[in-house]
Design a protein around this ligand. Structure first.
Ligand code: PEP
Length: 257
């Protein structure tokens, strides 16, 4: 039984003080026991403040990136060991903005992913096609290549400790959301790749999220798809009321105070 995950990617928004305010407000609106797991992924400088506010709550903490080494002469980088100590459970790896602006490759993502697992962090591995790739009919080939590269050398047991996020690049921050059926088609393909790599039991345990302009009014139809196990939310995760509405929309029928 997969427990869905709804994670907020704050990108380069919010200071430590703003993160604390956000989490205090979120806690006041997410009071009920939820059927979904909730995580927030602030910038590095706000992780400590966020961890203090999250202590004792059911909301998990994640980071947005990391280096694969434990320590070293890598100016400007942050290691998995540091994230673990800061209280992170999750780390987003291979986000399309990292791939686009910082030229991250699948091979680097693979190294980061293995390091995250070694340190007991759960990677949220992002894959997804660009608009031109979709229009050329290459969505599945692109996602397949990203999975092949980033998951290389992982054992079935390691696969079960991953979260995958399908994030079509053309849907990120654009207001354009994939149709639920399209998200389902790609997520089902991702699960088929995971089945080939790790067997049906491992693949059945892995949460595959959708990300790309998720909002309170589209979360329910996305999560109604059998292979959409939650969402990675960017812009709409920056306001506690909107993010809470997405979380509640992802678990219909629950009374949330
Ligand atoms: C993201 O950055 O992972 C994302 C999905 O952004 P948005 O929700 O703003 O499209």
């Amino acid at each position: 039984m997969r427990v869905p995950l709804i994670a907020g990617n704050w990108k380069m928004y919010k200071t430590a003080a703003e993160a604390g305010d956000f989490i205090r407000q979120l806690k006041t609106v997410l009071t009920a026991q939820l059927r979904v797991e909730v995580a927030v992924c602030p910038p590095f400088t706000a992780l400590h403040a966020a961890a203090l506010e999250l202590a004792g709550s059911r909301i998990a903490l994640g980071a947005q990136n990391m280096h694969w080494e434990e320590e070293g002469a890598y100016t400007g980088e942050v290691s998995p060991r540091m994230l673990k100590e800061a209280g992170c459970r999750y780390v987003i790896l291979g986000h399309s903005e990292r791939r686009q602006y910082f030229h991250e490759t699948d091979q680097e993502i693979n190294k980061k992913l293995k390091a995250a697992l070694k340190w007991g962090l759960t990677p949220i591995v992002c894959v997804g096609e660009k608009l031109a790739e979709r229009e050329a009919g290459n969505t599945i080939a692109v996602v397949n290549a990203q999975l092949e590269g980033s998951l290389a050398g992982l054992a079935a047991e390691e696969l079960t400790r991953l979260v995958i996020a399908y994030e079509p690049v053309w849907a990120i921050g654009t207001g354009r959301t994939a149709q639920p059926e399209d998200a389902q088609q790609v997520n089902a393909f991702i699960r088929s790749v995971l089945t080939t790599r790790g067997g049906a039991a491992a693949a059945g345990a892995i949460r595959i999220l959708y990300g790309g302009s998720v909002k309170p009014d589209n979360i329910a139809s996305l999560m109604a798809q059998p292979d959409v196990d939650g969402a990675l939310v960017g812009g709409a995760s920056l306001r506690p009321d909107v993010f809470a509405a997405i979380v509640k929309g992802g678990c219909p029928g629950e009374g949330n105070g």
